[in-house]
Design a protein around this ligand. Structure first.
Ligand code: FAD
Length: 404
């Protein structure tokens, strides 16, 4: 077990500088353009792949770090650069996490690299859980998976909503109900390989923020996938279903929930990067902007806002690093993953709003980045579990009660 340590090692410091350089030179400079275009930023993701920032090797290196801190450190820098472009670079990671969390070693080896492709031929992954009538309530998924024993194939039908990289991904990981009566315990995750017939993109959403990230519906119409595409394998699923039927409930987390809990510190790190970016712009601005004959920071009303922003950003980072370390070293006990995501995302919304306030009229326009950062921050209180759902997870963890 690695010791929890707030001092980054030499490799982590180098990685932080390297990612920061890319965030500053490529992402910040191109952020406004891709926010306006509201399209998937292929050239930026390809550039990230060329330098090794997007790809399986980068993810393996980050995931292999025993302290758990490498990934949040890198993500904070990326999202400091820009959240929309950052999501375009990080979006495949959720599919990769879904495969790693639920797949057999053979499935991980076969499918995770296909979520990224190569530097010359970039591919994407998508993790498809949410549905029009089931976002927070993932136990109510309507997408069905039915086993066709004669052909050893699974047949998937349903509609997935708000899917990052949905329809443009090469590998879609789909969570579906095998036995709807068992709610979350009757679900399983399936790989839909590239080019599979019956999977199509539905509407592409126009969004409030992270506009460079592609978000769309995924329609599954009699999608047939080979038996080997069931993550974890049939034997394990059959045993799980049998236990659930016998006991009424097994207490096991459903596949999607396991993935989300493990990725929450990373989502917190995204929000943290946005918050720090906005705070730095506001601090610089407050020192330079003169009103009533002195820099505005010389007013406590402004200086105290900045003091609060700095405090909340540091507190968020400490929660994220602790959660990332726990995730790698012994697991969460009191909903620490949810605490980190909840606090960091609420902080990002508050800090970016305060940044706009500090920049006044300039903050409200697109001349500075803070207006976009505020729009981008908001998604973090919604996706991968809303703030209310994080509070629910924490409340259940600390009380041991099934609070509704
Ligand atoms: C840009 C974007 C990208 C996304 N990417 C993905 C993706 O890649 N894959 C994927 O599967 N999904 C994705 N999502 C979906 C996202 O995870 C869901 O939107 C989110 O979980 C909320 O679900 P919902 O929208 O159905 O809201 P609802 O569940 O309907 O919630 C509505 C409101 O009610 C509150 N609420 C609901 N239940 C409770 C309760 N029990 N107690 C208290 N309050 C409650 C919520 O907190 C929220 O405020 C994405 C969404 C967006 C917008």
């Amino acid at each position: 077990m690695a010791e929890f340590n707030l001092t980054l090692n030499e490799d982590q410091l180098q990685l932080k500088d390297w990612v920061h350089q890319f965030a500053k030179d490529v992402m910040r400079l191109n952020a406004e353009e891709w926010d306006d275009r509201e399209e998937f930023p292929w050239p930026i993701v390809q550039e990230a792949a060329k330098i090794g920032l997007y790809g399986i090797d980068f993810m393996m290196n980050a995931m292999g770090d025993p302290s758990g801190l490498t990934l949040p450190v890198a993500i904070e820098e990326l999202f400091w650069g820009d959240a929309g472009l950052g999501m375009a670079i990080m979006g495949s990671g959720l599919a990769a996490a879904g495969i790693s969390g639920n797949g057999t070693p053979e499935q991980v080896i076969e499918w995770v690299p296909q979520c990224y492709g190569t530097a010359d031929d970039v591919k994407l992954g998508a993790f498809c859980v949410s549905e029009p009538d089931a976002g927070s309530d993932v136990s109510s998924l309507r997408t069905r998976a039915v086993y066709d024993e004669a052909n050893d194939e699974w047949v998937l039908n349903g509609t997935k909503a708000w899917i990052t990289n949905g329809g443009i991904a090469d590998v879609h990981v789909v969570v579906a109900a095998v036995d709807p009566a068992l709610k979350g315990r009757g679900q399983a995750s399936f790989i839909v390989p590239p080019g599979t017939k019956g999977l199509s993109q539905g509407q592409k959403y126009k969004k409030h923020g992270i506009k460079a990230s592609h978000t769309a519906e995924v329609v599954l119409d009699d999608v047939r996938v080979p038996g080997r595409c069931l993550l974890g394998g049939k034997e394990k699923l059959d045993a799980k279903l049998a236990r659930a039927r016998e006991a009424g409930r097994t207490g096991e987390a459903q596949p999607a929930m396991k993935t989300f809990e493990a990725t929450r510190p990373s989502v917190g790190a995204q929000a943290l990067g946005i918050a720090r970016g906005a705070y730095e712009i506001a601090l610089d601005y407050a020192k330079e902007r003169v009103a009533f004959g002195k820099p505005i920071i010389m007013n406590q009303a402004i200086a105290f806002k900045l003091a609060n922003m700095a405090t909340q950003i540091d507190a968020a980072r400490l929660l994220i690093w602790r959660a990332a370390w726990l995730g790698r070293n012994g697991g969460f006990k009191n909903g620490e993953g949810s605490m980190s995501k909840y606090y960091a995302s609420e902080t990002a919304v508050r800090v970016t709003e305060e940044a706009i306030q500090i920049l006044g009229g300039y903050g409200y326009t697109r001349e500075y980045h803070v207006e976009r950062m505020h729009r981008d921050a908001k998604i973090h209180t919604i996706f991968e579990g809303t703030s209310e759902i994080q509070q629910l997870v924490i409340a259940r963890a600390i009380s041991g009660l099934r609070i509704e």
